[in-house]
Design a protein around this ligand. Structure first.
Ligand SMILES: [Zn+2]
Length: 192
């Protein structure tokens, strides 16, 4: 099953306190870096704003989140970039206990996210959709995305067990640009 990611804000899937904290801090640090650009979606001149903010928690080197917003058509794009340049790599994180669900994940728009045990993957969409969340936040997104699909009952049941820490699973992120991160020492990295 393939899921195309459609949501770029951290706020939408935020439930735990740690995630709320990220959103609050992020708003405080938001900087508009460009205004009045032409929108790549609707073509309107003088309508696109680009803002960025820096997240210094969770990831060793710091991450930059970039938000594109068109005032004319409402088009919105997001992406994340590490402060250090990355290289194409595959990240593999084994989720074995409940605490692993709180590990932070920066998913860049160039990456494919997979949970092999679910047979689900999140592929890059047509708009940039990078985000920072937690492992649990990834499960939230998968759950929301599969709700309308045929296998939703089975997937939702397994996701619930994973969320309760009752079913170990593997989170795999393959990023051709190397901009994604999983904030844990347990992560296995291999070149692709
Ligand atoms: Zn537009």
């Amino acid at each position: 099953m393939t899921v195309t990611s459609t949501c770029c804000t951290m706020a939408k899937s935020s439930k735990s306190d740690s995630k709320k904290k990220v959103v609050k801090d992020a708003k405080d640090r938001r900087t508009v870096v460009a205004r009045g650009l032409k929108c790549t979606s609707c073509g309107m001149e003088d309508s696109l704003t680009i803002s960025t903010y820096t997240i210094t928690e969770f990831f060793k080197e710091g991450m930059l989140e970039v938000v594109y917003l068109c005032e004319s058509c409402g088009w919105r794009g997001c992406d994340v970039y590490p402060m250090n340049e990355g290289r194409a790599e595959r990240l593999e994180f084994r989720v074995e206990k409940e605490a692993d669900l709180n590990v932070h994940v920066a998913r860049s728009s160039t990456s494919v996210v997979r949970i092999p045990e679910l047979g689900v993957e999140i592929k890059p969409g047509s708009s940039p959709e990078g985000y920072i969340t937690t492992v649990e936040g990834i499960l939230d997104r998968i759950e929301a995305a599969v709700k309308v699909k045929a296998r939703s009952g089975t997937v939702a049941r397994v996701v619930r067990q994973m969320r309760e820490g009752k079913k170990p699973f593997t989170l795999v992120i393959e990023d051709s640009a190397g901009n994604s991160r999983i904030a844990s020492r347990k992560v296995k990295k291999t070149g692709i």
